[in-house]
Design a protein around this ligand. Structure first.
Ligand SMILES: Cc1ncc(COP(=O)(O)O)c(C=O)c1O
Length: 497
């Protein structure tokens, strides 16, 4: 398929009409049926963000000498965020394009710090909870650091002793989350802070998700464990403005206790013919729009606005949790510290992914998770009006799943079920990579239909297995995982005797 830039440019109205029409098949986030992809604080707030963004549409933070305004806004945002996180006067930081960039930088910074302090160190490692965001895995992949993941306790918070056991002379940093994304619980930051202090390791808290909600929930009177710079061992925190900070997309922050840590984040190239090149973060060009919109968001929401929206988000999450607790067949995975709900199937033979598919068919965006198989919801204040509808659709979906146990052997439910259970993770990875190759193939203009991918010759082994042997294989995998669960339980009880 050949596609070229039109020889003669289209009329502006025509361009905009076409753009609007592309959205027809997108998720309708305005209806409140989308969790976590869009953080919306009302149309008035969005209009302000758009205007602020447009004011700095052309400006480029690459050269702060040319655009002092952007450097000033960045500095003010960092100071306000540091104050919110109870940092001291020495705290410093930078804005980034998102949570992933903040985490990439945290890993790069501490790897480089270790290289500077211990030049003999080869094969650096980091220690983090199993639930740390996948961007840390990505950072390890990019920067040649080996991740060592610690197991969780029964409340889904990381077990600090398990972390301690993984620390060795190659360890360059510790990480934990406030809260972790999958289930919304805050890791035991104080205990990990003590471990960091004892081992003299830097400790990054990933609060990309909760950094702009936990401080306000604490102010609103909720019982939030202490997790920020008040904990001595914490050396840096990432907090996303484009999540519960309600800024425009493209804005996160990373704050360090002092410059001694942050200096390892900067990059300087001295011999390039284009001149001496300095870069504080990963990109070169740094768009002005998201910086201006983030500044506008903080100034217009104000502390009172954040407290109010956080309280309403939490109340909405609580209403959903109460409804789910009363519904036979489903149960909460755990009690979250943030406006997050994670639910799972709770009856023998009831498949969570069948319930999920049914909810998807009703127009709900569904966050399917694994280990354990469950569904994630990030809750916001604008979802207060949809609580009843969600719960009644969930009740119907549970009844459907009870009546149709065979549905777990078909479609997305089978695919996700299998992906979660297959013990050979390399196979899963290969299959997913093949889906990506299809999505980004030269003739691909849409996302591939997973079921069709599963049926094609070129598709990965896991998808082919689902397609051919779905039923038998699923039963075998269920038995294998039950066996593994029993053996692990037995071993654990023997070891603890
Ligand atoms: C805890 C946590 N960290 C990091 C990220 C990554 O953020 P982003 O998607 O903005 O790159 C997320 C995203 O949901 C998150 O929940």
């Amino acid at each position: 398929m050949s596609l070229a830039i039109p020889r003669k440019g289209l009329e502006n109205d025509d361009v905009l009409d076409r753009l609007s029409s592309f959205r027809a098949d997108d998720t309708d986030w305005r209806a409140g049926r989308t969790w976590s992809l869009v953080y919306h604080a009302g149309d008035e707030h969005s209009d302000l963000l758009k205007k602020a963004h447009a004011l700095y549409f052309s400006e480029n933070g690459l050269n702060p000498m040319a655009f002092r305004s952007l450097r000033r806004m960045e500095a003010e945002i960092i100071r306000m965020t540091a104050t919110m996180l109870n940092a001291g006067k020495e705290a410093v930081g930078t804005l980034t394009s998102g949570g992933t960039e903040s985490l990439l930088l945290a890993v790069k910074t501490y790897r480089d710090r270790a290289r500077a302090n211990k030049p003999w160190l080869r094969r650096p490692e980091l220690v983090a909870p199993r639930t740390i965001h996948a961007a840390v895995d990505k950072a390890c992949h990019y920067f040649g650091v080996r991740p060592r993941y610690a197991d969780l306790g029964p409340d889904y918070r990381v077990d600090p002793e398990a972390m301690q056991k993984l620390v060795n002379r190659r360890t360059v940093m510790l990480l934990a989350s406030a809260p972790q994304y999958p289930h919304g619980v805050v890791d035991p930051i104080e205990r990990i802070g003590s471990l960091a202090a004892e081992t003299r390791l830097p400790f990054h808290v990933d609060a990309c998700f909760g950094g702009f909600v936990l401080p306000w929930l604490e102010k609103a009177g909720y019982d939030v464990p202490v997790w920020d710079f008040r904990v001595d061992g914490v050396t840096s925190i990432s907090a996303d403005l484009h999540k519960y900070g309600f800024a425009a997309k493209g804005a996160s922050s990373i704050i360090y206790r002092d410059m001694g840590y942050m200096r390892h984040q900067f990059f300087v190239s001295t011999d390039w013919p284009g001149g001496i090149y300095v870069s504080p973060t990963i990109p070169g060009t740094r768009p002005g729009g998201p910086i201006a919109a983030a500044w506008a968001s903080l100034m217009s929401m104000g502390q009172d606005g954040y407290v109010e929206r956080s309280r309403l988000a939490m109340q909405t999450a609580e209403a959903l949790r109460e409804g789910i607790k009363k519904l036979p067949g489903v149960a909460l995975v755990c009690e979250a510290d943030a406006p997050v709900v994670a639910w799972m199937a709770d009856d023998e033979g009831l498949d969570v992914f069948v319930i999920a598919d049914r909810m998807g068919a009703r127009g709900w965006e569904v966050g399917r998770q694994q280990h354990p198989s469950c569904v994630h919801m990030t809750v916001n204040a604008n979802q207060a009006p949809i609580v009843e509808r969600y719960l009644s659709d969930l009740a119907d979906a549970v009844s459907y799943a009870r009546e149709h146990p065979e549905a777990g052997r078909k479609g997305d439910a089978a695919l996700y079920g299998m992906m979660a259970k297959v013990p050979f993770r390399g196979l899963v990875k290969q299959s997913v990579l093949e889906v990506m190759e299809r999505m980004y193939a030269p003739d691909a203009f849409d996302v591939p239909d997973l079921e069709r991918v599963g049926g094609s010759k070129e598709s990965g082994l896991v998808l082919r297995l689902v397609d051919r042997y779905g039923d038998d294989l699923m039963t075998a995998l269920d038995q294998a995982s039950e066996l593994r669960r029993r053996v692990t339980k037995l071993l654990r009880s023997r070891l603890s005797q």
